[in-house]
Each structure stands twice: as structure tokens, then as C-alpha cells.
Write a protein that binds this ligand. Structure first.
Ligand SMILES: [Zn+2]
Ligand SMILES: [Zn+2]
Length: 708
């Protein structure tokens, strides 16, 4: 506002009705000191505009684009007010007629005035400090069509580029000016050029990628991006500008990749965009590829074109949003659910974010995750090919995913597929524990048809389905007749589900009844099959909780002696893990069993901190009851009789009389400690078993505490 033009106008407007004398006096007093302080810089900008106008004619809003680095060179900001004064004085518009590009602090201060009508561009450099003056100026016609018209015109401009006619800014000025002249240069892209300070296919690719992200992972309230611009090329500046993803705010992490890594990842990797959605509580790593081959093939550039032609043609092609859907231009390499720790690891120096995500292994081999995503896709697709669409009504999936070595790798993709079908964790899934060296398998059961698709995969060298079989496993049908029983028994013998026939059949059918207690299902996660043994553990656990409630201050220590499948229920339900000293397991001889009682199930030591008591509760379990009442026949194969027992035991109304309280004995910590020792039998310690003889009379006395 201290500009000459501004000052004059203001004074005339405000003082026009005052006394002429006074007006002149005040004006002069104001103007003269103002001149002294500001005249030099004011004159410099005036000089610049005047020089441009002498070469291009009047500078007006219709045809003018001014590109300048004003503000970036050291202390060049002092000219800003005067610059805008000149600029506004010609009715030029900020978004229509100006691009202020960022530059180095030690760069010269320059201006390029482009006149669209003539194609002419006046390039002006100034010096300031001791003396303020135009230090260099040149005017050239930079109309792209004219320059690229023929060999001669191309050669002529090549020479001018080589001689740095615009002091090295030939490419930037040519491309930006011509793109602007088309009228199709998106202003939001121009904003990115402010920071990038030239217009190249690289920055264009950043603009395409940014738009792709915003379309596919909208920046809604609570959503933010963290960019891993790896490998890096000009595109980064778009993210920095458009998303405020500055390095200082941790918005962008930039690193390079070797050619081998790029090759290994495949799909021309451009970067990883981590989308954090606070509302949904999700964090997704979206790896995108951008293929310049597609651009180069389509933009019309010829092989022998100089860079200023081929790059500008690529820019022009990329400016057309109609081209953004071109097959292969942008590729979604992988979408991987991650957590904060993974994100933190991706950021770390020395860690390759693609490697962290499993998209690249350290040998630079082919990217497993893309394959992995495909593997889970394959598995679900294979299941759907067999069973039809998987939906929450009829689908039950059993799998040991997570247990086999490094199968955890597939978990995110598995759940991505799972939740993509609107399946529910407790309603449609049982992830069973398995050995680290077990194969990774999936059983998809369809309740409506009774069909089950069993799928095994390999993922060591190649990710693929290695085995697949679909069978009807509806229990009622399989057990309907001798023939059907024999047919399935044969399939069990031939291991149609690779040895998991019993587990899959029993759990799937029990689930299908709708009466399988989810807390029992949780125990099957660890036990990984459903048998009368695990059912008895569930009955015993419930009995204990009913009779010796797990109130505040109460805890159990289990002596699962003799042991059978039941133990896993205690481990799961009471967190009575061996590691935490919750369960001690040992075996008894038939003679010992005979001496105490053949139904013996174990000793449950109940510590009540509040009451200060320690009781050893000895329980028996009568498995004959289930056998007698479940409806199984003697001739039935195991898979029939065991499942029928399971079914019968699933009904809590049948639990009466199954559990017997053999003894309740008050003990002390020393006794408890002794019970735990390897060289002691807990029943001997509590006096229920004599090492040599049968139960002694004294010991029987202690059973007085038995409850009815
Ligand atoms: Zn660039
Ligand atoms: Zn079992």
C-alpha cells in the first residue's frame, strides 16, 4: 500500500473535497518522506512491469501469466507489496494470472511474463541490495506448437535451451505457460507447481495418485494419510502441498528403491499411503503403483523427441482426467490392515516399508503379500465356487490360520475377505490352534446344503491351493443308514479332509444346531476338535463354578489327574495355564484308579483368600451316563458315537448326576506344594491313596466333608 500508485489514488480520493492548498501540502508531506523510504523497490517493480510491457505490449488479465520466484530469494519479500501493487493495478487476478514458485534462498529473483496471444515470453532477472536494477532480460516466443512444429524449430529451441536463454528455467516456463494457455490446467495442480516450481510428468503422476486416493479413501472427518513416497520422484511435492503432508509434521517419509527392489515389488511401485480412520479405528496401508509406460505409449511423444517435448506431451495427456482410468496407469498393489507398531516400523530409518508390509522380502524376491492377498482371494473364491455365495446366515469357517509357521502373514487378508462378506467373528468362525508345522487349512461349511469345502494351501515358495475337497457332511445324512455310515467311514479312512474329518464334522454339525455354547466353542479353539472328553471338561468346569463360585479372592489350582481332553477347558476357561502354575497334569495307573474310584477326574484346589481356606475338591465324572443315554449303538463308528455324546452333553439339562464329589479335604500350603511335586501323587498327599495299601480308614474319615 506504500506503492506510488496506491498512495496517489488514496490521497486523491480522501482529500478531494478539502482545500486544495491543504490537500497539496498534506499530500506533499506524506509523499516526499514515503518516496525517500520506498522509492527504490517501488521503482524496481515498476521497471520490471514496464520492461515486460515494452516487449509484450499492455499486460492485461486476458492474456497474461506471470511466473516468478518472488519471495524466495533472500529478502526479496521487500518487493512483494510493490509487486502486488503493480499486479493489481493492471486488474490481474491471483489465480488467473500468477504463479509464484518456491525457489532457493540463494536463487536470483526472476519474472517471466507470458502473453498467450502472441506466445511471447519476457524473462527478466533483477539484482537488488546495493543497486536495484534489471540485470538480464530476453523475450522469446515459447508457443509449444510453434517450437515443436518441425525439426528446424525443435533444433532452434534446443539451442536456446542449451544456451540457457531463460537462465535454466526454459523447461519450467515453457511447460507451465503452455499448459496454462490451454485453459485446462487445474488450479489445484498449479498450486502444487508453486512448491515443485516446474511442471513435469512426475508431478502430474502425483496429482493423479492424490486424486485416486481421495476418491477411493475419502478424506472424511477423522481420516488422515501418512505417505511413504518410496521410490521418490517429483510426485512427493503434490502430497506435501495438497495434504499438508510435510516431513516436519510426519506426514511424509521419503526414500528410494533399487531397480531390483522395484522389479521385485512389481506394478511400478509409487508409494504406500497409510490411511488412518479414527472413527472406524482402522489403519490401512495402501500400496499403489504408477506406470509411466502407459503414459509414454499414449501421449503421442516420439522416441527421438527431446525431453521438453515428450515431457510436455505426457503432462498434457495427464492433464486430461479422461485418461486417468487407463488400464494399468494406477495399480492398487496391496491393501493391508496394519497397527501403530507396524506404522512405526515403516517409518524407521533402515527399514524398507515394503519389507515391513511383507510386500518385499529381503532377497528382493517376488512380493508375497500381493500373492498373499491373492491367496486368500483364491481360498474364498474356491469356497464360493463350491458352496455359492458365503453369507452370515449359513457359513461357518474353521481354520488354523495363525498357528502354522508364518501363516499369521495371511491374517489381515483373511479377515479382510471375512468381513467383506459381512461374516461375524462369533457367529461364523472358529480359529483353532494348531502346531507350528501343521499345514494351513480352511473348512467352509454351508449349513443350508450341509456341504463343506476343505482347502489346504502352501505358501512356502509359491502361494497356492494345494488340496481341495468338497463333501456333504450333514451328520443326519451321513449317519442315516449303514450304507451312508460306511461311505463316510471310507472317506475318513482315506482322509478326505487330510485327517480333520472328525473335527470338522463334529464342530460344523454342532454349530449348525444353533445350540453350541460359544464358551464351549472357545475351548475348541485350543482343543481343535470336539469330543466327549472336552465336553466333560466343560461340564466339570461348570459344576465347579456353581459349587465353588469364582468370587473375588477365589482361585482354582487344577490337578488334572488322570488327564484327558477335559484339561484344555480348564486352561482356556480359567486361564489355568501350565506356565502360570494353574494346572498340573499327570497320569494314574489302572490300579491306582481302581483304588480311588474309576470315575476319578481330578483334584480342584480352591483357595479362598477372604475365608483363608484351602480345599482340595476331588471330583469324579461318570462318562457311562452319556454313553447310555446319547442314543449311540455299540456298532457305531467313533465319529457317530462321539458326536452323539457331544450332542447329548451340549444340553445342560443332561448334566445332573454326571459329576460326583468324591472328597473335599482341607489342606494347607505345604500340602498343596507337595501335590505339585513330580515325585508325588497328589492323591497320596491328600490321603486318598495309600502307596502300598488301599484307602486307609483314616483317609475315609476325611471324606466326611463330602457334600450330598
Ligand atoms: Zn518434476
Ligand atoms: Zn478331545
Amino acid at each position: 500500500m506504500i506503492g506510488r500508485r496506491g498512495c496517489t489514488n488514496k490521497k486523491i480520493k480522501t482529500k478531494i473535497t478539502s482545500f486544495v492548498f491543504l490537500t497539496v501540502l498534506v499530500f506533499s508531506l506524506c509523499f516526499i518522506p514515503g518516496m525517500a523510504a520506498e522509492t527504490d523497490s517501488s521503482e524496481l517493480m515498476a521497471q520490471v512491469f514496464a520492461a515486460a510491457e515494452s516487449n509484450l505490449g499492455n499486460i492485461g488479465p486476458e492474456n497474461t501469466l506471470i511466473i516468478t520466484d518472488l519471495g524466495s530469494p533472500a529478502e526479496s519479500y521487500v518487493f512483494l507489496d510493490n509487486f502486488y501493487s503493480e499486479f493489481n493495478g493492471r486488474n490481474l487476478k491471483y489465480t488467473d494470472n500468477l504463479l509464484v514458485v518456491q525457489n532457493a534462498r540463494n536463487a536470483p529473483l526472476w519474472f517471466a511474463f507470458f502473453d498467450k496471444a502472441s506466445g511471447k515470453c519476457a524473462y527478466i532477472e533483477v539484482t537488488y541490495g546495493d543497486e536495484e536494477k534489471i540485470s538480464y532480460q530476453v523475450t522469446e516466443n515459447i508457443n509449444f506448437n510453434g517450437l515443436s512444429k518441425n525439426k528446424k524449430s525443435i533444433e532452434a529451441w534446443n539451442q536456446k535451451v542449451n544456451s540457457a536463454v531463460f537462465k535454466g528455467h526454459e523447461f519450467a516456463i515453457l511447460t507451465i505457460s503452455n499448459a496454462w494457455a490451454t485453459g485446462n490446467l487445474d488450479y489445484e495442480l498449479m498450486q502444487c507447481l508453486e512448491i515443485h516450481n516446474h511442471f513435469c510428468p512426475g508431478v502430474s503422476s502425483g496429482f493423479v495418485l492424490a486424486n485416486w486416493m481421495e476418491e477411493n479413501y475419502p478424506l472424511k472427518e477423522g481420516v488422515s494419510y501418512t505417505v511413504f513416497s518410496c521410490p521418490n520422484w517429483c510426485k512427493e511435492d503434490v502430497f506435501v502441498k495438497r495434504w499438508d503432508a510435510t516431513p516436519g509434521k510426519g506426514g511424509i517419509f521419503v526414500s528410494a528403491l533399487t531397480d531390483e527392489e522395484i522389479e521385485a515389488i512389481g506394478n511400478s511401485p509409487a508409494g504406500i499411503f497409510v490411511v488412518t480412520d479414527k472413527n472406524a479405528g482402522t489403519m490401512k496401508a495402501v500400496a499403489l503403483g504408477f506406470d509411466f509406460d502407459v503414459v509414454n505409449a499414449k501421449c503421442g511423444a516420439k522416441k527421438d523427441d527431446p525431453a521438453w517435448i515428450s515431457k510436455y506431451l505426457a503432462d498434457l495427456w495427464l492433464m486430461d482426467r479422461g485418461n486417468w482410468d487407463e488400464e494399468g496407469l494406477v495399480t492398487e498393489i496391496a491393501v493391508i490392515d496394519i497397527d501403530k507398531d507396524t506404522l512405526g516400523e515403516m517409518k524407521r530409518a533402515g527399514s524398507n516399508p515394503y519389507e515391513v508390509l511383507g510386500l518385499l522380502n529381503s532377497n528382493g524376491n517376488v512380493n508375497p503379500p500381493v500373492e498373499d492377498k491373492e491367496l486368500m482371494d483364491q481360498v474364498f473364491s474356491a469356497a464360493e465356487a463350491e458352496l455359492g455365495t458365503l453369507g452370515p446366515e449359513n457359513t461357518f469357517i474353521m481354520t488354523d490360520i495363525g498357528s502354522p509357521a508364518e501363516s499369521d502373514f495371511f491374517l489381515n487378508n483373511f479377515y479382510s475377505e471375512f468381513y467383506g462378506k459381512e461374516l461375524k467373528y462369533t457367529k461364523n468362525l472358529l480359529v483353532v490352534q494348531n502346531a507350528r508345522n501343521a499345514p494351513l487349512w480352511f473348512a467352509f461349511f454351508d449349513k443350508a446344503s450341509g456341504k463343506c469345502a476343505y482347502i489346504e494351501v502352501t505358501y512356502e515358495n509359491e502361494d497356492k491351493i494345494s488340496y481341495q475337497a468338497t463333501e456333504n457332511i450333514n451328520f443326519n445324512e451321513l449317519s442315516a443308514s449303514q450304507e451312508s455310515i460306511a461311505a463316510w467311514s471310507e472317506k475318513v479312512n482315506s482322509k478326505i479332509f487330510n485327517g480333520r474329518e472328525f473335527a470338522i464334522l463334529t464342530i460344523s454339525n454342532a454349530w449348525a444346531t444353533g445350540n453350541l455354547d460359544y464358551e464351549l466353542m472357545q475351548c475348541l479353539e485350543i482343543h481343535n476338535h470336539f469330543c466327549p472328553g472336552v465336553s466333560s471338561g466343560f461340564v466339570l468346569a461348570n459344576w465347579m463354578e456353581e459349587n465353588y463360585p469364582l468370587e473375588e479372592g477365589v482361585s482354582y489350582t487344577v490337578f488334572s489327574t488322570p488327564h484327558w481332553c477335559k484339561d484344555d477347558v480348564f486352561v482356556k476357561r480359567w486361564d489355568a495355564t501350565p506356565g502360570k502354575g494353574g494346572v498340573f497334569v499327570s497320569e494314574l495307573t489302572d490300579e491306582e484308579l481302581e483304588a480311588i474310584g474309576s470315575d476319578l477326574a481330578g483334584v480342584f484346589v480352591v483357595r479362598d483368600k477372604n475365608a483363608g481356606t484351602l480345599k482340595a475338591v476331588v471330583l469324579g465324572y461318570n462318562s457311562d451316563l452319556a454313553s447310555a443315554n446319547c442314543g449311540a449303538k455299540e456298532s457305531d463308528p467313533d465319529w457317530v458315537s462321539k458326536y452323539m455324546k457331544d450332542l447329548w452333553l451340549m444340553n445342560p439339562e443332561n448334566w445332573d448326576g454326571l459329576v460326583t464329589e468324591i472328597a473335599v479335604i482341607d489342606i494347607d500350603d505345604a500340602a498343596l506344594n507337595e501335590m505339585k511335586q513330580a515325585d508325588t501323587n497328589p492323591y497320596v498327599v491328600i490321603g486318598l491313596l495309600n502307596l502300598v495299601e488301599d484307602v486307609s480308614p483314616q483317609n475315609l474319615e476325611s471324606t466326611e466333608a463330602v457334600t450330598a
